[in-house]
Design a binder for this molecule. Structure first.
Ligand code: NAD
Length: 262
């Protein structure tokens, strides 16, 4: 029996990167899982079945697109229908686009706000009634160091991440007497496909080589000079789900190698 046995966790954007590490950490503690996100069907099936096989829990995939409110509600309903409850909700799906503001494509702005911010509003809205009814819940939002500080060329991302930090605080206060906590985890640079993919655009925007982007932009911001690992981020999320974290709510927890201390 794991500490999360009998509980269900929905993790958005969990076909890759940090989200997949969250899903595997919760499964390791005994929770049933709803994974979500895009990818080749065979790759998603491989990750889904590996969660079941590695941890002896159940896992289903919701194909919900985080830009579509009705699909987000269906994702929460899928968890409730399949397992009887959604106890842990992790809003993690996120995308990045790097551009000077005067050239920033309007559709990219709208997409980043929808996926990185509004999707959390829609999923929390759908999951809270069940959590309130059962008198227990954990809401964890993957924010970012960019919820606390800014970088140039990331106007949409920084706006969405500052927004999710505010949303988290409002929700934490609303739910404070219901044994439901809401917190942000704010990683610095974690080596995932999201980070890898932004290297070419940053090279273009700043006129740098790949090595310069990695060392002079990314790790320059991180005093430890090391990337955060997905496992380290997932371990913090798992802690937030435990009884020891019952009084941590409305917090924005940095895991950024000292970035935002500077
Ligand atoms: P990733 O690219 O590896 O994973 C992103 C996930 O989101 C994937 O599963 C993808 O399929 C999913 N996704 C994208 N668009 C979607 C949509 N419309 N609907 C549903 N799913 C969608 O990225 P990651 O680095 O693991 O990032 C996860 C979260 O962590 C993001 O919110 C990101 O902003 C945040 N974050 C990442 C870092 C980092 O350095 N990697 C740092 C701070 C915060």
């Amino acid at each position: 029996m794991g500490t999360l046995s009998g509980k269900t966790a929905v993790v958005t954007g969990s076909t890759s990167g940090i989200g997949l590490a969250y899903a595997r950490a919760f499964a390791g503690a005994g929770a049933n899982i709803v994974i979500n996100g895009f990818g080749a069907p065979a790759d998603i099936e491989k990750e889904r079945s590996a969660i079941e096989k590695d941890f002896g829990v159940k896992a289903v995939h919701s194909p919900a697109d985080m830009t579509k409110p009705e699909e987000i509600a269906e994702m929460i309903a899928l968890g409730e229908k399949t397992y009887g409850s959604v106890d842990i909700l992790v809003n993690n799906a996120g995308v990045q686009f790097v551009s000077p503001i005067e050239e920033f494509p309007i559709d990219k702005w709208n997409m980043i706000i929808a996926i990185n911010l509004s999707s959390a509003f829609h999923s929390i809205r759908a999951a809270v009634p069940g959590m309130k009814k059962r008198g227990w819940g954990r809401i964890i939002n993957t924010a970012s160091a960019h919820s606390l500080v800014a970088s140039p060329f990331k106007s949409a991302y920084v706006s969405a991440k500052h927004g999710i930090a505010g949303l988290t605080k409002a929700v934490a206060l609303e739910l404070a007497t219901h044994k439901i906590t809401a917190n942000c985890i704010s990683p610095g640079y974690v080596w995932t496909p999201l980070v890898e993919k932004q290297i070419p655009d940053t090279m273009k925007a700043r006129g740098m080589t790949k090595e310069q982007v990695i060392n002079d932009v990314m790790l320059d911001a991180q005093p430890t000079k090391e990337f955060v690992t997905v496992e380290q981020v997932a371990a913090l999320a798992l802690f937030l789900c435990g009884d020891d974290a019952a009084q941590i709510t409305g917090a924005n927890l940095s895991i950024d190698g000292g970035w935002t201390a500077a």
